[in-house]
Design a protein around this ligand. Structure first.
Ligand SMILES: Cc1cc2nc3c(=O)[nH]c(=O)nc-3n(C[C@H](O)[C@H](O)[C@H](O)COP(=O)(O)OP(=O)(O)OC[C@H]3O[C@@H](n4cnc5c(N)ncnc54)[C@H](O)[C@@H]3O)c2cc1C
Length: 280
């Protein structure tokens, strides 16, 4: 494997905005003004700080044009993310990548799309939603079903109104503590319950990202509703070191999450034991 795969570029933290108590949207720019990030929605980078650690993070900004600036939405869960939370603007960190396969955006052109996300699982979808919002008529109808604990734990709250012209948004909260602007409906309960609603488009591509248990129940429901398994896509998260199929930490059956995913067609995963076992 060529060493250039590990080449890390210096990036400067230029802005941080609070998303929830435990998450921030970070804006970075490459230290080299000529450097640009070119990626497709769903791809990730390896974010690092020497002596602290490295972690895969999906790019959350627009992918329409390669840019010197990009955004990452990060939930504070461990060593690197805690370090990042305390970094001042101006701090220099590193990234390598982008890596992996994102969503097949060409397939959804002119088609219906339903995006189902749970908690911080909305983070990688921001790049996809931006892609679709920036070219209004790209897909036929776009529905977002998003589940979170309560309104305090919802990602990107300030953006739902900007998305509303293109994305029909429905929310499910464990606790409906306050109204949220920019949605068509706000229910109490699990995001899977929203799939029972009459408004749910049945002939659509479905993209799922969230905790494994949520993904399992969502996929079960989609199949029950008659969704074609070739049109169901799911984003998987696994611990990984390299990001391009060498360390083998993220191996699942014949695939690597880093290299063959993190976005997978459900049909590819359905026969791999322990990944998404519907009906068990
Ligand atoms: C493709 C991909 C995209 C991702 N995109 C995002 C994103 O956009 N935003 C985001 O916030 N997160 C994202 N993640 C998750 C993120 O990479 C992890 O949460 C990462 O572990 C954070 O690094 P850390 O150093 O802060 O946490 P760590 O210190 O690594 O700890 C994170 C958690 O993992 C546990 N842990 C530590 N070591 C192990 C081990 N060996 N085995 C099992 N568990 C362990 C810890 O106890 C802790 O609960 C993504 C992950 C993948 C694979």
């Amino acid at each position: 494997m060529p060493k250039k795969q590990y080449k890390t570029e210096e990036i400067v933290l230029s802005k941080k905005s609070k998303l929830t108590e435990q998450a921030y949207l970070y804006t970075f720019k490459f230290k080299d003004p000529k450097k640009k990030l070119k990626f497709t929605p769903g791809q990730f980078v390896m974010l690092s700080f020497a002596g602290v650690g490295e972690a895969p993070i999906s790019v959350a900004s627009s992918s329409r044009e390669a840019s010197n600036t990009f955004e990452l939405a990060v939930q504070n869960v461990g060593v690197l993310t805690e370090y990042l939370k305390n970094c001042p603007v101006g701090k220099v960190l590193g990234i390598r990548g982008p890596y992996g396969h994102g969503w097949p955006v060409d397939k959804i052109k002119g088609e219906n799309l339903i995006v189902i996300a749970g908690g911080c699982g909305l983070a990688p979808f921001r790049a996809l939603i931006k892609y679709l919002v920036e070219e209004k008529d790209y897909a036929k109808k776009i529905q977002l079903l998003y589940g979170a604990k309560d309104s305090q734990n919802m990602f990107f709250k300030k953006e739902y109104q900007d998305w509303a012209e293109v994305v029909e948004t429905h929310f499910a909260l464990d606790t409906k503590d306050q109204e949220v602007k920019g949605c068509v409906s706000l229910d109490e309960g699990l995001v899977t319950n929203l799939l029972e609603k009459d408004y749910v488009e049945r002939d659509a591509y479905a993209h799922v990202c969230g905790p494994p248990i949520m993904a399992k129940f969502v996929i079960e429901k989609l199949l029950e509703l008659g969704y074609d398994e070739e049109k169901i896509f799911v984003t998987l998260e696994r611990r990984m070191e390299c990001g391009f199929g060498v360390c083998q930490h993220c191996a699942i059956g014949p695939y690597y999450v880093c290299k063959d995913g993190p976005v997978f067609c459900y049909k590819k995963l359905k026969s791999i034991p322990g990944i998404i076992e519907v009906g068990t």
